[in-house]
Ligand binder design. Structure first.
Ligand code: ADP
Length: 385
């Protein structure tokens, strides 16, 4: 803010340096004053009086180091400020300063060396601004940011612990599961002829529930593995990963058309990439319209240093309100009887492409099929050691 300056109506007759002096003296928000070459105050404006609490006649002739905290004075900060201005022409910094009444404020300070035409130093100009409010605000923001970081770290830690727990539980579940399905099978084989139809149905139920649980355990282990293992990235031929995924799919309940050029090399992890493609392919065949023949197309498109692999099906499609949540663990849009599954396949895809520095997504419309895609970095000279 600039306090109104009373300039006589014949302002044009006043020398321009006099107008300038008037302006500087009346600036209210900035302390603007001159120091002599030794650092003694030689001029003082209204802003300086307001900010530091000294009247001009109280401070003129005193050394500017009285504006500093005692510990800064002892550490030689004031003379370093002047020396920097002498050496480089200019000093700018922020720090605590002291008012006449001993209270502190956070100051932004600019000191400029003033020289005559011959280069002789005749003093310094010093412009100081009170930044206490901004500093307080910044301190609060910084404190919030620190707290947030702490909370994120805690959450990451508990997520990691949870995942480690899920991993070890899944692992331990495998042996009893094998026993359950093994004994159910033995029961059927050895005593099947002595049991009635209902007892044999019960055995069937046990076997199929154990099978589903085995699937779930396997998916959980895969999910945990994708997050935990160290994934060394190396050149992978995309068409080989697609071939392997198609092979893992086994007998296809429909038509598959693949068009992936043999020369595309990705920077990836072969096993993980195959698993991602395999999950997308098996979903593309699984979520088909009842009584319609599934038709799945796979092809690639170049994308700015990446390659997009696209898997399109003619299946049931996904409503727009669900396209975000299907990527989360255990999110399924259908019951087990309509479409079997664990709800982990796409969570694996998402996490895996993340770890391969890629991305994934889907475009879909109910009844019109789905187009899932992943993007993985291509091998380039820069990303290959
Ligand atoms: P799962 O296949 O075991 O159910 P996913 O994580 O692979 O689990 O998929 C999550 C959900 O996303 C599925 O239950 C299904 O509702 C939906 N979904 C996935 N792929 C398709 C697809 N190709 N077409 C229609 N819906 C799909």
């Amino acid at each position: 803010m600039v306090k109104p300056v009373t300039v006589p109506s014949a302002a044009y007759s006043i020398q321009s340096d006099e107008i300038f002096r008037l302006m500087v003296t009346s600036v209210f928000d900035y302390a603007i004053f001159i120091l002599d070459p030794e650092g003694r105050v030689s001029s003082w404006n209204l802003g300086a009086e307001r900010l530091k609490g000294y009247k001009a006649d109280e401070i003129i002739g005193k050394h500017f180091s009285s504006f500093y905290l005692p510990e800064d004075r002892e550490a030689g900060v004031p003379s370093r400020v002047l020396q920097t201005a002498i050496d480089t022409g200019h000093f700018e910094g922020e720090g605590w300063r002291v008012r006449k009444d001993g209270t502190r404020f956070w100051a932004n300070v600019v000191v400029t060396a003033l020289r005559d035409e011959a280069g002789r130093l005749y003093g310094f100009s010093k412009v100081t601004r009170d930044m206490s409010e901004r500093k307080q605000l910044l301190d609060v923001i910084r404190q919030h940011a620190n707290e947030l970081e702490l909370r994120v770290a805690e959450r990451e830690q508990s997520n990691a612990e949870l995942e480690a727990f899920a991993y070890s539980v899944s692992h331990d579940l495998r042996a009893p599961l094998r026993a359950i399905s093994g004994f159910a099978e033995a029961l059927e084989e050895d005593y099947g002829s002595q049991l009635d139809a209902q007892a044999r149905d019960y055995i069937q139920e046990i076997t199929s529930a154990a099978g589903r649980m085995n699937h779930l355990v396997q998916d959980l282990l895969d999910y945990g593995r994708v997050s935990r293992i160290n994934l060394p990235l190396e050149p992978v031929r995309l068409c080989e990963s697609v071939e392997e995924a198609v092979h893992q799919l086994g007998k296809k309940p429909g038509k598959l058309e693949v068009n992936v050029p043999a020369d595309i090399m990705l920077r990836a992890h072969a096993q993980v990439l195959t698993q991602v493609i395999s999950n997308l392919l098996s979903n593309a065949f699984k979520f088909h319209v009842k009584d319609a023949t599934p038709f799945v197309k796979v092809w690639t498109e170049p994308r700015d240093g990446m390659v997009r692999l696209i898997v399109r099906d003619n299946g049931i499609g996904i409503a727009p309100e669900h396209v975000d949540r299907i990527w989360q663990v255990f999110e399924r849009l259908h019951d087990r009887d309509s479409y079997p599954g664990t709800g982990i396949g796409l969570a694996i895809v998402k996490r895996a492409v993340n770890r391969l520095n890629g991305a994934c997504g889907v475009e879909s419309e109910p009844g019109k099929g789905s187009t899932f895609w992943i993007e993985i970095p291509r091998v380039t000279e820069e990303n290959t050691p």
